[in-house]
Structures are given as C-alpha cells and as structure tokens.
Design a protein around this ligand. Structure first.
Ligand code: ZN
Ligand code: CU
Length: 503
C-alpha cells in the first residue's frame, strides 16, 4: 500500500500489526494525522514530527474494557492509570446495574468509587454525564451503559421489595430513552445486588425494550452464578429475545466448587441462542477469583446454603480488599477474623460491615481454572477488567487483566492465539457496543493504539501488591496522542465521550 501523504504527526515504524479482526498480523508502518490513522504500509520515505521504533513489537488497536465501574473514577482520577498503563483506550462504564445517572440515585452508591471530586458539577441524565466526560477529558474514551439498579432507586425510592407499578416502569423506561438518545450504548442489570434482585424478568424486559429500539446492548450480571447458573443465563437470553437487545453476559463464570464445569452447558445454551439469531456474547477477567461487595455476598447466603448468586463460599477463600476506615483489615482473610472473634462466618462478616460500613469489598476465590480457560477460548468471549480501584488491596484485575492474557494465557499457556486475543480486546467489543471508528487498525480509524512486546509482556499485579503496572507495554495512544510513553503516563487527557454509533 502506498500513500500520498509524506508527513505525519506520528509514525510507528516497523511494527507487526494485529489489526483487531482476528486475522494474522502483517508488517506495516502506521502514520497518524490528527486523531486518525491516515496511512498504513511502507512509510519509509515519509517524515513525522514524532516517531516510535516498533521493530520487533506488536502494534494493535487500543483495548476496549467492556466491563468497567469507573463511571465516576474517570472524573476523580482522570489519568485512569490502572487502565491506561495496561493498554486500555476505551472504557464501557455502567455495568452490573450501577450507572452514572440520574445523578442523585447514582452518587455514593458504590462508596468511594462513585464519589465526585470537588469542582465537577453534578449532572442530571446521560446527556449531562457524557457532556461532563467531554469537559473533564479523562485520558481515555468512555462509553456508558444505563444501570437498572440506579433507575429503580430513582423510580421506587425506599420501597424496593415489591414489583414496580406501571408508572414506575414507565419512569425507568423514560430514563433509558433519555440515555439512549444521548448516546448511551445499552442497559445493564446487576441481579444479585439490591435493588435489582427484587425485579422480575418481565420488569427488566419492559425497561430493556427501550434500549432494544436502538439496537443497544443488554448487559447483565446475571441472577445466579452458582447452582442457578443455567436458569440465570436463560433469563438473560429471554430478556434479549423479549427486548430486541443484543445480550452481554458479564464476567461469565461458574461460582462455587459444586458448580464447576457448568460452563460447558452455558456455552451450549449461548450457542443455541446464537443459532436462533440472537446476538449473545460474554466477557471475562482472567482470574479464578472475583471481587464484589461483602454486603451482597452476605445477602445471597454465600456462607450458609450456597443457593444464592455466588454459590457456596468458604471463609478462607475470602480476602478483605477494601474496608473504609479499617486499613489494617485489608488483605486479611475472613477466616482470620472468625478465629480472632470466635464468631461464625456470617456474624464475622456482619461485624466487619457494622464497623466499616456498606462499602467493604472482598476478593473471593470461587472459580475453576479449567472453566476460566474454557470461557476464554470460546469465540463469543471478550475481555473486561471489572476493576474496582479503591482501598489498598483491590483485586489485581484492575491493573493486570490485559497483560495477563497476553503474557500468561497467550504466550505461556497457548489457551488462545495472539490475533484472537487482540480481537477479543478490540474489534469484537467495538462491533458489539457500536463504537464507530474504534477497535481496528485501518486507514481512517481513530488512532487508539497500543504497542507491546509479545515476548516479554506480563502483568505484575498480585493479591499482596495489586496496584502495579505491566511490563513490556511501553506505548499507548488515544485519539492520536501518546498517553503512555516508555511505560510512563504522560498525563495527556486525550479521551472523549463516545456516543452510540457516532464517530
Ligand atoms: Zn458484576
Ligand atoms: Cu461488575
């Protein structure tokens, strides 16, 4: 390929390009003009204001983190270091039913994670939220899902344990219309959390139908990832079929050792739905542990009968990640509190919540490595971090998800190929969430790019020391601007709000 351009803002020279389609890589220089890739090919005679030597390196589309909870974090910590340093150039926020609007119901809902910094004016709906993103300009791009839990709080106030009235359903649907009009990319639920867990399939489908009218996504933290996993996957598919939404099953897993292996069945159910014409896909973070609110684990009876959304969880498999006001709790296992206080697991967990408040997060070891690999290798799986970057011992997925897949699962374990992994991180999510101009390396696309060394890239974040950046991933470009250079954040604020289907 030749080009008529002979001068660029920035050229990546001599890299191996993985273009996001899943196809085999090719050797090409990449020329960037403004916020776009303006040429791809042999640019050896072209000049540039800035050059990056990419020889021996992989260059790919920047990663699209399809499962983020950084709705407020992108405003309070706009460098978003845990994501940008691991190659993420776009976040899809608003997952698990927790959205950014309406503001009053959203703010403080996830504790420190959903708090606004001084100087940022609260918004009303999604038009206001997306405008705030464009004002604050974080270092990466942000697309938003509308959260059902947030809408339900707004519509129903304190009386959540009953079905909504027609007026209350209409109220929720009105917010979805506002959000989709403003450019949100879909609607999400979190059906193990309050108040979402009080809702019926009919209620969810009725509200999701508005998103379906825009061909939006229905993303769900499904009602049960333990012994009720199959039924819960089927419920998500039914909501898709009733609402016209494409379906995204969040952080797909089988939780609790009694349920390990059930992934084989869920993937068959998903394949059957796809054969019927429904677009169903899933996302995953590459660890055998998860992380969530301790209050939700308790509400789902995870330490007693295991029939709730998390399956049966043993106290020794629970680590305190974040305990506001009690930093010395962080990193300790629930088992250690049980011994210290001589209390049964539920009482010990409740005592921690009574002392530190509702915003205690835990890490839970509850998955099977074989299941993790089965999900990863499935062609419908894309990658998301589900990062919760608060407290001193958050789950390492917030810093390590992408390099862990590229280094551990691709290079060391050969679970998936490199072109496939890149596709799951870029092109596949861009298509799913209708992020126009994103997710692929091609002429005319936005210049969201990451350069890494396939032979050395790896995560370094651990449970003991979870806030550490990867190695082997020196450069990250957002909208043509380097936000990470030689492994160091440049503090460039090059991101923008992305609106459904619009460039
Ligand atoms: Zn979730
Ligand atoms: Cu989540």
């Amino acid at each position: 390929m030749t080009t008529s351009y002979d001068h660029f803002n920035l050229i990546f020279r001599g890299g191996t390009v993985y273009d996001g389609t899943g196809d085999e890589p090719f050797n090409a220089d990449i020329g960037i003009t403004g916020d776009r890739i303006s040429a791809l090919g042999d640019l050896s005679t072209a000049t540039a204001n800035d050059e990056i030597d990419a020889s021996g390196m992989a260059v790919s589309p920047g990663f699209i983190d399809v499962h983020s909870h950084d709705d407020f974090h992108v405003l309070s910590s706009p460098d978003v270091e845990h994501n940008t340093l691991q190659g993420v150039t776009t976040l899809v926020v608003g997952n698990c039913g927790f959205g950014a609007a309406p503001y009053e119901s959203a703010a403080g809902r996830l504790g420190e994670l959903f708090k606004l910094p001084p100087g940022v004016t609260p918004w009303d709906g999604y038009a206001g939220y997306l405008a705030t993103i464009d004002q604050v300009k974080p270092s990466l791009n942000v697309a938003a899902l509308i959260g059902h839990n947030t809408l339900r709080l707004d519509a129903m106030g304190d009386s959540q344990e009953v079905p909504p009235s027609i007026d209350q359903v209409t109220h929720m649907a009105g917010w979805v219309a506002e959000g989709m009009d403003a450019g949100a990319v879909g609607f999400s639920t979190g059906l193990v959390y309050e108040p979402g867990r009080f809702s019926t399939t009919d209620e969810i489908a009725a509200v999701a139908t508005v998103s379906g009218g825009y061909r939006g996504v229905y993303a769900s933290h499904i009602r049960n990832e333990g012994e009720g996993l199959l039924k819960a996957v089927q419920e998500a598919i039914i909501v898709g079929e009733m609402s016209g939404c494409s379906v995204q099953i969040s952080h797909h897993k089988a939780s609790g050792s009694d349920n390990w292996g059930a992934i084989e069945r869920t993937l068959e159910i998903i394949e059957a739905a796809r054969e019927r014409g429904l677009h169903v896909s899933v996302d995953q973070y590459p660890y055998t542990s998860g992380s969530t609110r301790l209050a939700a684990v308790l509400q789902n009876g995870a330490f007693s009968d295991g029939s709730g959304g998390f399956g049966l969880v043993k106290a020794e498999d629970v680590l305190i990640a974040t305990a506001p006001g009690y930093p010395s709790h962080e990193g300790r296992s629930l088992e250690s509190f049980i011994k210290e206080w001589d209390l049964p697991p539920e009482d010990a967990a409740q005592k921690i919540l009574d002392e530190a408040g509702d915003d205690v997060y835990v890490v839970l070891f509850m998955m099977d490595e074989g299941d993790v690999r089965r999900v990863m290798a499935h062609p419908t799986t894309m990658i998301g971090t589900d990062g919760i970057p608060v407290g001193s011992k958050p789950h390492p997925r917030a810093w390590g998800t992408y390099p862990r897949i590229l280094g551990h699962y691709v290079r060391d374990e050969s679970v998936i190929t490199l072109p496939d992994a890149i596709h799951k991180m870029s092109g596949m999510p861009a298509d799913k969430f209708q992020l126009a101009g994103r997710g692929f390396v091609k002429e005319g696309a936005f210049a969201d790019l990451v350069m890494f060394d396939p032979s050395t890239v790896i995560d370094t974040a651990t449970y003991e020391d979870p806030k550490t950046p990867p190695v082997g991933m020196p450069h990250v470009i957002v909208n043509g601007v380097p936000v990470v250079r030689d492994g160091v954040h440049t503090h460039a604020r090059a991101g923008r709000a992305l609106r459904l289907g619009l460039e």
